[in-house]
Design a protein. Sequence first.
Length: 347
Amino acid sequence: MTASQRPEPADPGGRNTTDADPIRVSFRRYAGVRTRVLEVGPQPVESADRAPRRVRGKRAAARGHTKPSAPRLVLLHGYCDSADTWRPVLELLAAAGVPAVAVDLPGFGDAQPLRPGPMLPQLDAFAAAVIKEQAVLGTVVLAGNSLGGTMSLRAAENHRLPVAGVVSIAAPGFVDSWLIRTVARYPLPLRMYSALPLPIPRFVVRAVAEQVVPRLLYANATAADAEQVRRFTSLFPDYRSTTTRLEQARQLVEELTDAYRLEEVRIPLLVVVCGKDKLVSAASGRQLHALVPHSRLMVREDWGHCPQLDDPIEISELLNYFATSAARPAKVAARAAIEVSEDTVAG
């Protein structure tokens, strides 16, 4: 093969660098928060405004027509992350024809900031708005990593939300690592750091972040993708932003102490445990599995805190398989409801 015939190398998502990007990028507003949305799969039918489309969808269902058969994956990222963490997985889902969206959560990526006050209720409202929008287009299955796992579990507890199943990956708040426990129980070092009379130089902050981030998020720091690491470290450009993020993390960990009502989770749940996770221990995932008796447990000893970065191929296949299996009972129930409605009208 000559040099001119040699194919371009593929990126971590499996796409050749010369291929068109299958990910559509847009900006939308959910629960009053403007944010960036990454989306793959068939283009939704455009409508002049969304309200009439929802009405038409309900009327169509009443006539016996169902929503699109393919389940829709909604992907939620973790603390100090963004929708870009799902890009490699989104590209693989696009190649498989699986519709999916990933959004920047409030306060992260290109989303507007969180308002003062408790964080989890704001995130709940945001996630609920995303779910309701996507449910118009098909059966919704949630997948969340870290804080996104927490949000997915909390959405599963809300029976008013049209969610068919949840994949929770490294959700905190059960048996967490010493690092998370330290942030919650010993805030004094954080306050001392914030009160230093002279700010730490920007280049020092960035240099430390470049060393710490790969070790916290990946199973193997030496295999970390340089672009992903740069994206994470951009969240800590200077001393002031670092202290703000640390204080926000402390508040979030405090809220996690009373974050769950797991007895309310009745939909299919897959708990993913990552053996090389340095932030959320494997015992945390096992406890979550024990607290939700009908859940399924998957343990991967070779994954770190963000397995969508460690192994996007396996994660995309896992999500596709789970979404298909979780959506099937929801479609059966929807058909039964339509049949009952038609029988009632006929009678």
